[in-house]
Design a protein around this ligand. Structure first.
Ligand SMILES: [Zn+2]
Length: 263
């Protein structure tokens, strides 16, 4: 019996007709798998399944996802992200991943990233809240100023005054979730081409089951960014929401909505 597997044309082009046909014939399909998007179990014999190919510069990893979560697709990633994804897939088969400390960003700035499900317009929406550990000066300019929010506004983020409405989508940005863990926030490359990492996790960052299922429903992540010292560490999602409301009231919050990478 043919497996209920979707292999998109671009995935087929990458893996070749022979491998694609083997997959479709059920020879190489995994049977049961953990969805690469929502991370809950799936089964290629029982439900429509998308093949998702993560492609780095030198290697590629084939993963599986519920067709209801993401379509079959090729997701370009950096070699580092791919190694991270492979590590987390491998680690998961052995033992559940240990909680990681909040990951740091690039060498210029340390960005704290918190994931949480927030109630926006009566709907539970998956959010990422990004806050630098200290004020961020514009490159080449020293001094005590904080240009983090103006720099993001120049990229297309908009001020958030009211958490009751989701922020507007921002073209070209996306969130890279692989094997159910957060790997990076991608932005358009200056001058075009494949997206580049705006923020990249040093270690894949675990997100909650609730967060993953909220992404599965909305197919969109709300990214909020706040000035340093605004949000802080909020252990509970209701406290995170309160802190976001406070930041919005003070004009210290910008936001944008973006899809998962490759969707
Ligand atoms: Zn899924």
């Amino acid at each position: 019996m043919p497996r209920m597997l979707d292999v998109s044309d671009d995935v087929r082009a990458e893996i070749g007709d022979e491998e694609a046909d083997r997959l479709l014939a059920g020879e190489n399909a995994p049977g049961s798998y953990d969805c690469t998007s929502c991370r809950t179990p799936g089964n290629t014999d029982q439900e429509r399944t998308s093949t998702v190919l993560f492609v780095g510069q030198e290697t590629a990893v084939l993963a599986f996802a519920h067709a209801t979560c993401v379509p079959s697709q090729v997701v370009p990633v950096s070699e580092d992200q791919l190694r991270g994804a492979v590590r987390s897939i491998t680690a998961e088969e052995v033992a559940p991943p240990a909680p990681e400390p909040p990951p740091a960003a690039d060498t210029q700035a340390v960005l704290g990233v918190t994931s949480g499900v927030v109630l926006v317009g009566g709907e539970a929406r998956p959010a990422l809240v990004i806050e630098p550990t200290e004020p961020i000066a514009r490159p080449g300019i020293g001094g005590p100023g904080d240009d983090f929010l103006p720099l993001l506004t120049e990229q297309g983020f908009l001020p958030v005054y009211d958490l009751g409405r989701p922020p507007a989508p921002i073209p070209g940005w996306s969130v890279l979730l692989a094997a159910g863990q957060l790997h990076a926030v991608l932005m358009p490359a200056p001058g075009g081409g494949a997206p580049v990492a705006w923020w990249q996790a040093h270690h894949p960052m675990p997100v909650s089951d609730g967060w993953r299922s909220a992404v599965g429903r909305s197919q969109q992540v709300l990214l909020y960014a706040a000035s340093a010292g605004t949000i802080g560490t909020q252990p509970r999602e209701d406290q995170l929401r309160t802190a976001l409301d406070r930041a919005a009231a003070r004009g210290a919050l910008v936001g944008a909505a973006m899809p998962l990478a490759g969707t």
